[in-house]
Every structure is written in structure tokens, then in C-alpha cells.
Design a protein around this ligand. Structure first.
Ligand SMILES: [Zn+2]
Length: 419
């Protein structure tokens, strides 16, 4: 989960300010350490994962990832995002059918367990990989999905935290990496200046990886609560709503409704709706969600999927039962992306904007005559609409405060930096 222990002292204030929200579960004694030790069963071979009611040892995990790439070479390849402080591998599989070098496909990214003790999502991601691969050529729906896009899945973003007591067990897993750093507080923060701090090794590897791709939609899976947490984490929704807040609410509602077909009581321990704007729950700096949304124009959602961080292994199939349809549906949400959202700057070849950054004016060229373009701030407020009659278009930004703005035309969004 995304909470921070420092907030313990603020608990009384938080409760008073937002009585409808459940207090953070980790404000209470840690869950993982109090879990009965026999509740965790490990799989020390790939075969022992067959029923999906165990956690893999580290070696089993690596073997599973390798075996998928060997079994399904046409649609699955294994990537190494990087290594952890203690030298464990941070892995991802790329699942994509009908690979054609000259055809652009949207890219989707799932990543789990950046907090090492929040391991429910770890096994959910492994099982999702298995499902997608085994369904290719058998399920028309999933075959179409795998052909349509690149699906990247990183089941374990913080292996040192998960295997703190050794590769043979997830018992005693911790939230932090081996340097006791919270990886979900140390991404470059577009709003609070956290970028000035040292970026941990695991995060630098993740930054390099996502920078080398063009992910349009992603999710980061956590545990310790049950709620869909959409951006921003750095602000309350009244301070600064995400430009696509309405879309997020629709996506979250579809996710929650799908899960509740299996269990009506699921995803209710923070809000009745099952979702919240992140900052309305509590504000955090340096999280990956805001980093992805802001710096990569990638719409990323934080999924808190189990009240317990380290659920008893025999309950893992139950969580899969709740989640599997919704996890697949969420990948398909790439088809519903708002037209102007999530477009990487490198894709916006039509519009050329210069100088950028600017302190006064920008010239916009390359937009077709007759088209319309609009300027937004990062809160999603439209500041002006412009018809392109004679190119190039000149925009005067002198009256605007310093910051980042989006110029949106049908199907594209280009950042303009005012300094
Ligand atoms: Zn977490």
C-alpha cells in the first residue's frame, strides 16, 4: 500500500477531516509479521505452482519467467529491467502477437510489488501471464488482445524486499528495498522537488525501462487495502483534478463492478465506491503513479487489491477469482483512452512547437488549416481554443504562470513548458 508511517501522528486529523475514509491499515501493528507462519506455503519448483495456491521461491519465479519465454517464443519474450541492490533480477515479460516492425501498437504495462511485502499482486501477475499465453489461439478475445498491443508485465518490482529473509521464502518480507528505501516515495516528483534526492537503483532501472517504451496505460499493484487509487497522489481532487478524472472514475467503476460480480463485499474497506482520487485518501510525494502520468503521459492507476499485505497462500486462488476478469478488462481499457490523453511527445509528429521551453511565445506549425487546437493547464482547465486558419499559429503565453501546459489537437497532445 502507499501509506507512510509518518502519517501515524496525523491519524487523528485525518479521521476528523475525512470520516468516510477508512484509516490506513498500516497505522496498526504490521500485518505480515503477525501472520501465522504456516499460512505461507512456498513452491520450490515450477510444478508446485500448478494450483496457484503457493508463493514461488525466487528461483522458481525466475524459472517460470524463463519457461514462458521458451514455451511461447512467438508471443513472449523476457526482458530484464535491471537488478536490485542485492543483485536479484527485476524482470518483465513482453507478450505480443503478430509482431510487425513497421506497425505501431499501443503498449500496456502491469507492475506489482514495489512494496516487497505486498505480494498478492505478485502471484496475480504470474497467473495473468500464464492465462494470456495459454489462451492465445484458443480464446478469440484474448488472442485479439495479444495481437492488438504489446503487453508488458513486471510481477516483482522489489525482489529484495520480498525475499528479505532469503530466496526460499516470502515470510518476513518488508516494504522497503535492501537499503530501507521506500521505492514508491523516491520517483522524480514533478510537483514537490523529490527529484533532487538520490534515485534508488531499482527505480533508476524502472525509469530507464519506461523511458525506452511508450506505455499508454499501466497499473501498479499494491496490498494492505482494497481500493482503486487514481491520480493524482500529490493533490486532493479539489486542489488539482487529473485532466482525465472523469475517465478514471468510469474505468475504476467498471473494474470494481466486475470484481463485485464475484464478491459483493470486495473493494469496500476504504470507500463504498471502491475507488478514490489518490490525494483524497492521503497525499504522497514521489510515487510512481504521478511520475508515470506526468512525465510519460502514461495513464497509471494504483490498484490496492487485498486488505492483508501478505495473504495466506491458500487464499491466492480466491483473489484470482475476484480479480482475473477485471485485470483483463483493464488491459482492454487501452481502447477507451481519451482521444487526447497518454500520447507521447514523440508521436506528435504533425505539430512542431518552438521555442519550447519558452518564456513568452510559441509558434505552432504543421497543423492542418481548418483544424482546431486548445491549450490546457495540467489541472485540465481549458485556457483557450484556437482555429488554425493560416499556419503557423502563434500563441502568446506571457500572461501564464510558469509550468507545463498541454496543446491538444484531435488525437495528439504536446507539452509546452513555460519558464
Ligand atoms: Zn504499497
Amino acid at each position: 500500500m502507499k501509506q507512510h508511517l509518518l502519517l501515524l501522528t496525523l491519524l487523528a486529523t485525518t479521521l476528523a477531516a475525512s470520516a468516510q475514509l477508512k484509516p490506513r491499515p498500516d497505522a496498526f501493528p504490521p500485518i505480515a509479521e503477525t501472520l501465522a507462519t504456516k499460512a505461507i506455503t512456498m513452491a520450490s519448483s515450477v510444478d508446485e505452482m500448478a494450483s496457484w495456491d503457493r508463493y514461488p521461491t525466487y528461483e522458481t519465479y525466475v524459472a517460470m519467467m524463463q519457461r514462458w519465454a521458451e514455451q511461447y517464443p512467438e508471443i513472449c519474450s523476457l526482458d530484464t529491467i535491471g537488478t536490485s541492490v542485492q543483485g536479484r533480477l527485476i524482470l518483465a515479460v513482453q507478450i505480443e502477437g503478430q509482431r510487425l516492425a513497421d506497425v505501431y501498437k499501443p503498449q500496456f504495462f502491469y507492475s506489482s510489488t514495489i512494496h516487497g511485502d505486498e505480494v498478492t499482486g505478485y502471484v496475480m501477475m504470474l497467473r495473468l501471464i500464464d492465462t494470456l499465453l495459454a489462451s492465445y489461439g484458443n480464446s478469440p478475445r484474448l488472442t485479439a488482445l495479444v495481437d492488438e498491443m504489446g503487453i508488458y508485465i513486471n510481477p516483482l518490482a522489489n525482489p529484495d524486499g520480498t525475499y528479505r529473509r532469503g530466496n526460499h521464502t516470502v515470510r518476513g518480507a518488508i516494504r522497503y528495498n535492501a537499503d530501507t528505501v521506500d521505492l514508491n516515495r523516491t520517483f522524480p516528483d514533478p510537483f514537490s522537488g523529490v527529484a533532487a534526492k538520490a534515485v534508488p537503483q531499482e527505480n533508476q532501472a524502472m525509469i530507464d525501462y519506461v523511458s525506452a517504451h511508450r506505455f499508454r496505460l499501466s497499473a501498479n499493484l499494491h496490498g494492505g487495502a482494497e481500493v482503486m487509487n487514481y491520480p493524482w497522489d500529490s493533490f486532493t481532487s479539489t486542489m488539482r483534478p487529473h485532466p482525465e478524472a472523469e475517465w478514471w472514475q468510469e474505468v475504476c467503476k467498471r473494474f470494481v463492478d466486475t470484481c463485485r460480480l464475484q464478491s459483493r463485499s470486495y473493494l469496500r474497506d476504504v470507500t463504498e465506491s471502491g475507488y478514490t482520487a489518490g490525494g483524497d485518501w492521503y497525499i504522497i510525494p514521489g510515487g510512481r503513479q504521478d511520475y508515470m502520468n506526468h512525465y510519460h503521459n502514461c495513464l497509471e492507476l494504483t490498484m490496492e487489491i487485498s486488505t492483508a499485505k501478505t495473504v495466506p497462500s491458500e487464499q491466492l486462488p480466491t483473489y484470482w477469482h475476484y480479480l482475473n476478469a477485471a485485470l483483463i478488462n483493464y488491459i482492454e481499457e487501452i481502447r477507451t483512452l481519451p482521444e487526447s490523453a497518454g500520447i507521447a511527445e514523440s508521436e506528435c509528429l504533425a505539430a512542431k512547437i518552438y521555442p519550447n521551453p519558452t518564456c513568452s511565445h510559441v509558434i505552432v506549425s504543421g497543423l492542418p488549416a481548418g483544424s482546431t487546437t486548445a491549450l490546457y493547464n495540467m489541472a485540465g482547465h481549458r485556457l483557450g481554443t484556437y482555429s488554425v486558419e493560416t499556419a503557423p499559429l502563434q500563441l502568446d503565453l506571457q500572461s501564464l504562470p510558469q509550468g507545463i501546459y498541454l496543446l491538444r489537437t484531435a488525437g495528439t497532445a504536446v507539452k509546452i513548458v513555460k519558464h
